[in-house]
Design a protein around this ligand. Structure first.
Ligand code: TXA
Ligand code: MG
Length: 323
């Protein structure tokens, strides 16, 4: 843990223009997207970008995603757009897809953690778009949680992690997807999926049939630096449940899944989701609710690793620290 300097006042607003004013004055601000809330700074402002790393206590070797509101902005960030990247962009921007391209020369090193590439995404959330338009320059943003914690899907979650550490939060409703964007490296001939997320690999295959899923990092060397860190972890211990009958009951145990626990009323917290989308949407906020309720063990029902289920199981496995 680094020593975080003096506490600052965290101003919460519903005005995208007001929040954008912070970015334009060299400060950082959290904002909603359809995946999770992000913590933004202007891409060309190295000092502000560094402030994101400080506020999150994020390792310096983990690069950030640049968020855009118009296709024209890609030229400010990337030196070339290969045809396959262009096809993915045409199909999935705006939305929960991030593409990795070769970076433009003038991007500060702090953004890309010294890599020759840059991650780019265009959120579909209407308030995010208004905010990004008002910021003018592209805005780099990691998820707006303290490093290692579950990503925030509500402004209240951002406030809980970041109060006194950031000057502004742009308030809106809960994120629709609830898991982060899918990250695809488009810098080699065959695109590589580096992080599963809001766009399932099956949908990407319709445009890029050759796409491959990056294997998990060997000896700490990861193509996407973020893949090597522990992620999404609540304070409670996370368990993956396949046999619902064997899950213990009591106030210190939580359960989330597609089915109901055998004795739902005996669990500290219990959530039966209607489908995989709903489960994905609720996972991170359930983790945070369990922490607030003093739940010590969270049992997550396993789902098929198909569609959004692949990203959902990735987050659950990382939270359970088994990957
Ligand atoms: O949905 C999202 O993507 C959210 C919202 C706020 O847009 N953002 C987000 O950012 O999840 P973050 O920083 O929590 O995750 C970004 C991921 C990390 O795994 C990072 O290592 C990877 O993208 N990444 C960023 N730039 C990269 C690059 N140039 N090459 C490879 N991986 C990169
Ligand atoms: Mg994150």
């Amino acid at each position: 843990m680094t020593n975080f300097p003096t506490a600052i006042t965290t101003h919460c607003t519903e005005s995208p223009e007001e929040a954008a004013g912070f970015i334009q004055h060299g400060m950082i601000a959290a904002f909603p997207t359809e995946t999770v809330y992000g913590l933004g700074a202007s891409v060309f402002d190295s000092a502000a970008v560094q402030a994101i790393f400080d506020a999150k206590e994020r390792p310096a070797d983990n690069p950030l995603i640049a968020h855009i509101h118009s296709m024209d902005q890609i030229k400010q960030l990337a030196s070339e757009i290969p045809p396959i990247a262009q096809q993915l962009i045409n199909q999935f921007f705006p939305g929960p897809l991030t593409v990795i391209l070769k970076r433009a020369a003038n991007i500060p090193d702090v953004v890309t953690a010294g890599l020759e590439t840059i991650a780019i995404r265009m959120p579909a959330h209407p308030i995010a778009q208004k905010f990004l338009q008002a910021c003018a320059d592209p805005v780099v943003a990691p998820s707006a949680n303290r490093s290692g914690r579950p990503s925030p899907t509500t402004w209240q979650d951002v406030y809980a992690d970041m109060k006194g550490r950031i000057p502004c939060i742009l308030k809106a409703g809960a994120s629709e997807v609830g898991l982060e964007s899918t990250v695809v490296d488009c810098t080699s001939d065959i695109p590589q999926l580096l992080r599963t997320g809001g766009i399932p690999i099956e949908s990407l295959r319709a445009v890029a049939p050759d796409i491959i899923l990056a294997t998990k990092p060997q000896n700490g060397v990861a193509k996407s630096p973020g893949m090597k860190y522990r992620h999404y972890a609540p304070n409670a211990q996370v368990h993956i449940a396949t046999e619902l009958e064997t899950i213990p009951t009591g106030p210190h145990f939580g359960f989330i899944g597609l089915q109901s626990h055998v004795y739902p009323e005996q669990m500290g917290l219990h959530m039966q989701c209607t489908d995989v989308q709903h489960y994905a949407n609720q996972l991170f906020s359930f983790f945070r609710r369990c922490d607030r309720a003093g739940v010590q063990h969270i049992y997550c029902q396993a789902v098929d690793k198909a569609g959004l289920g692949l990203a959902l199981m990735d987050r659950i496995e990382k939270a359970a620290d088994i990957r």
